[in-house]
Design a protein around this ligand. Structure first.
Ligand code: NAD
Length: 310
């Protein structure tokens, strides 16, 4: 039986963003600088750092990796906040894990926070605030992996361009399996802010994120619901997974025929036969995440220069 599923690779989605970045940087003769702090021995973080370096070199971004002791990290971030030539700062997490990492995320200056993880940017996502200023000239920085998922959904056509900006997911039902503060919760909030009905699944239960009946609310609301994965997944047009263990598998039998399946976990969260049920399968998002990181960097570079000129 022929398989009618299309696999969409992150490299394909990221290509146009990277080409545009490269062109912009060359034509404007600029060299935005990104500093990455590595304060752990985590192989995944080291790999991500190598990958950032390679991608930045290809697009014309100056990338400097600073390996530091985790006890010195806060001080080093503060120093980089004050360095004029540094346009963006990122940290390879986890460092301490838990609340101390959340604290460190807020130590990065808002105007250099390429990952979009400081309090102000995450607050703005949760409250559907799209600009940093009253005159709406400076768009907010969005956390990279949630933003990468949105760009993938746009590329695939899940966002309906006939509808007005801000409502383009109206009518879609999406399940997100992961509710971390870095990816799953902001992602569910962004998708609901854009009009979707979002089931947010984590180990403790399921929450429903929506803008209410007829998407009348200006920002999403959240309800705890008494439902199981078996109830919500079969209703979902899109299922996005991010469970950080190879043991977790989303049963193909639960998925709706023609589902769009996207995995952002470093482990394969869908079963091997996913293509027998999905219309579109995106096995990983990492390359789009790095493209969003660079896009955020260019945006912050421009904001910093605009503010200097004022
Ligand atoms: P995390 O540990 O902070 O969060 C994991 C989430 O998954 C939690 O909400 C947890 O409740 C949920 N979860 C765990 N087991 C579950 C289960 N059986 N059923 C339902 N939910 C379950 O991790 P994180 O930082 O969000 O990262 C998750 C994964 O995404 C990791 O594999 C990480 O490497 C990957 N990641 C990828 C990118 C990228 O760009 N590709 C970026 C960030 C994270």
């Amino acid at each position: 039986m022929p398989v009618s599923c299309k696999t969409v690779l992150a490299s394909k989605v990221s290509a146009s963003f990277r080409e545009q970045m490269k062109k912009d940087i060359k034509e404007r003769n600029i060299c935005p600088k990104l500093v990455g702090f590595l304060a752990n021995e985590d192989p995944a973080a080291i790999k991500y750092a190598e990958w950032t370096a390679k991608t930045c070199a290809e697009t014309g971004v100056a990338f400097e990796l600073r390996k530091v002791d985790k006890q010195d990290l806060e001080e080093k971030i503060t120093e980089a906040n004050d360095e004029k030539e540094v346009n963006g700062i990122m940290v390879y997490y986890p460092v301490f894990g838990g609340k101390q990492d959340l604290y460190l995320q807020s130590c990065v200056s808002t105007l250099k926070d390429v990952e979009g993880l400081c309090h102000k940017f995450v607050y703005n996502v949760y409250h559907n605030i799209r600009y940093m200023d009253e005159t709406e000239t400076m768009k907010c920085i969005i956390p990279c992996t949630p933003l990468a998922c949105v760009k993938i959904l746009e590329y695939i056509g899940v966002y309906n361009a006939v509808l007005p900006y801000g409502n383009r997911l109206y009518g879609r039902t999406i399940t997100v399996v992961n509710r971390s503060e870095i990816v799953g919760r902001p992602l569910a909030a962004m998708l609901a802010n854009d009009g979707a009905r979002v089931y947010s699944v984590d180990v403790n239960g399921i929450q429903l994120f929506t803008r209410g009946s007829g998407i009348r609310l200006t920002a999403h609301k959240v309800e705890d619901i008494d439902a199981k994965v078996e109830d919500v997944v079969p209703q979902s047009d899109v299922v996005i997974t991010g469970v950080p263990t190879p043991k977790y598998k989303m049963p193909t039998s639960l998925l709706k025929d023609g589902v769009i399946a996207i995995n952002f976990s470093s482990s394969a969260n869908f079963e091997d036969d996913i293509k027998s049920k999905a219309s579109i399968f995106v096995p990983s998002v990492g390359k789009v995440t790095v493209a969003m990181l660079e896009r955020n960097l260019l945006r912050l570079h421009d904001y910093q220069n605009d503010l200097l000129e004022q």
